[in-house]
Every structure is written in C-alpha cells, then in structure tokens.
Design a protein around this ligand. Structure first.
Ligand SMILES: [Zn+2]
Length: 327
C-alpha cells in the first residue's frame, strides 16, 4: 500500500491517498508465508500471530483517508504512509487515529519533540485521577470512559487498575527518548566493539536527528545489527521509537487486569480496545462500539493472549517483529 495522508504545502497540511500497488501486495504475501517460525509453537497450521476473524473489514488506509476527509479542515494528520518508518508506526499503532467519542486523535504519526507533545496535550486537555494508588492522566473523554468501565467492573467483582503507576497512562516525549537511548547507546558501543560499525558510523547514528536515527537503526537491523538489550533482536521489541507512543496522545492505558477476558469485555463496552498487537496490557481509547471497528479498517485477530484490533493494512504483516511492548 502506498499512501500519503498528508503533505505539507507551505503552512497548510494536505493529505491524499494513492492506490495500492501490486508490489506491496506481493511483499505482504511473502511475509505471511514466512511468519511460521515466529513463536515456535507447534503443530498449529494457523498463522502464529493469531487468527483473523472472518468479517468484512475495510482497508485501513482507505478508512483513515475517509475519516480524515469527513472531519474536514480540522483533521490534520502528518504521516506519509510511503515513508518506511511512518508506515510501520501506522501499521502497528494507527488505530489511535480513529479515536472518537470526544477524544482528539494525534495530529502526527511521530511527534517531533517535547514542544509538539506538550502543545498537543494542552490542547487535548488532561484529566487526572487517582487510581490504584497512582495518579493517572488521560484525555477527559478517555478518562470518563475508563472510570465508567471501572465502576462497571467493580459491580461484577472485578477491578481495573494501572499496571505501572502513573506511566500507565500519560507519558512525555522525554520519557520516550530516555527509553530509546537506554537501548541505542549501549548497542552502538557494542557493535563498534564487535567491528560491525566503525567509530565514525556509530557517531554518525548517535548524532542523527531522532527521526532519521530511528530509520538508520531499523536499516542496520535489517543487516543483523540489532539494538535490543541483548543485541539479538529489534530495538522495538522492548522500546518505542521516540515520539511514537500512543501514551503521548493521552489515549492509552496499561491495565494490570488485562489478562481477564471479562475485564477486556467491560473496557470494550466503554470504547477501550487493545489495538497494538502483542502489547497485552495496552489499551487504546477509540470511543467506538466494537461493531463499528471493521468499518474503520481495524481487523480483529485472536491470539493465545486474546483479541486485538489492529490496522487492516495490506503490508502490515511485513514487520511482525517490531511491536512487543512499551508503546
Ligand atoms: Zn502501553
């Protein structure tokens, strides 16, 4: 899928969608065929990343484009789907752009810096609430829905609480950079020591602007120079790219009780869904009834860890290794 949701033209942001290409479809098919070894689970012939429910699901890019057009001039999303890094972010975290029910979706795929995050969070408004011994902060609509879900859960003898204290909800740009650097810098040093990078190359990557740095790291990883903590897999297994976390949009909440299907059902009734494949505790406020998600280009996948609603992108399965946690 080649798609551009917007382009900057002087001060204005415009968006448009290009059509799917046969090439990318072929890549998608190849990825699907290659994913068998992903989890090392045995004799299940189904794709290891879960079963996709058989239902009519809109194409994600088309649904997003339609949604943005419907919102009119106020809807600005700077995210060029043709850019490989942005494409990955869209495929893995793009559900948040459909946030409705009074929520403000993020205006970008990847926030460019602290100022941009702060000004978005100010405009979207922040609602704070003590929950499970921590103060959590979300957009007001998301908070109202979460509190309503919690009240309903408690009536059923359940509860909904933050998994990691305050970090379970709002995060700042600096948090995402700090986490990123905690993986990046040791890995650059390691690979320099191994002779896979020269001192100059390592220094060049270290000095790149964040956005380019993410692209450079993902490129190096394609050649086996991995940046995870043990240098054996993608950095994105354990840390979000700076500026890309849904938590920056105040529309994500990591719930301690995520493993309880009854809790997930309660959250779903209040517009909270798990939209990031394999990130089990992570819920996203979409403010939509579950029945409407397929029309928004989100497909349900059922895994051994339960259900997820993820972007129905033709090429989404080309990057199954990327998202695991901390978004
Ligand atoms: Zn999360």
């Amino acid at each position: 899928m080649r798609a551009a949701f917007s382009r900057r033209a002087t001060a204005l942001v415009l968006f448009k969608v290009a059509l799917a290409t046969l090439l990318v479809m072929l890549v998608g098919v190849r990825a699907l065929a290659a994913e068998g070894g992903d989890e090392g689970q045995a004799p299940n012939p189904k794709p290891s990343r879960g079963t996709t429910t058989n239902m009519k699901v809109a194409n994600f890019d088309e649904a997003l484009s339609t949604a943005l057009a419907r919102r009119g001039g106020a809807a600005r999303v700077t995210c060029d789907g043709r850019d490989p890094v942005a494409r990955r972010i869209l495929n893995e975290y793009g559900a948040v752009f459909f946030a409705a029910g009074g929520a403000t979706p993020p205006p970008v795929c990847i926030f460019g810096g602290a100022e941009e995050v702060d000004s978005f969070q100010r405009a979207a408004k922040v609602s704070a609430q003590e929950m499970g011994g921590a103060v959590i902060e979300l957009q007001p609509a998301a908070m109202r829905a979460l509190l309503a879900a919690r009240a309903e859960a408690q009536v059923e003898g359940l509860d909904i609480t933050p998994r990691d204290g305050s970090e379970s909800a709002r995060r700042g740009y600096a948090d995402t950079v700090r986490l990123w650097n905690s993986r990046l810098l040791p890995a650059l040093e390691y690979w320099r020591g191994q002779g896979r990078l020269t001192g100059e190359e390592a220094e060049r990557v270290r000095r790149l602007p964040v956005r380019e740095q993410v692209g450079a790291v993902l490129e190096l990883e394609r050649a086996g120079v991995y940046f995870s903590k043990d240098f054996s897999k993608s950095i994105l297994y354990s840390v979000a790219a700076p500026g890309a976390s849904q938590h920056l949009s105040l529309l994500a909440f990591d719930a301690a009780e995520y493993a309880d299907a009854r809790v997930r059902q309660v959250l779903a009734r209040h517009g909270w869904f798990r939209t990031v494949r394999n990130d089990c505790p992570h819920f996203t406020y979409l403010g939509l009834p579950e029945s409407r998600l397929p029309a928004h280009g989100l497909k349900r996948i059922d895994t051994r860890d339960g259900e997820f609603w993820v972007p129905n992108s033709v090429d989404a399965d080309t990057t199954p290794e990327l998202a695991r946690k901390a978004w």
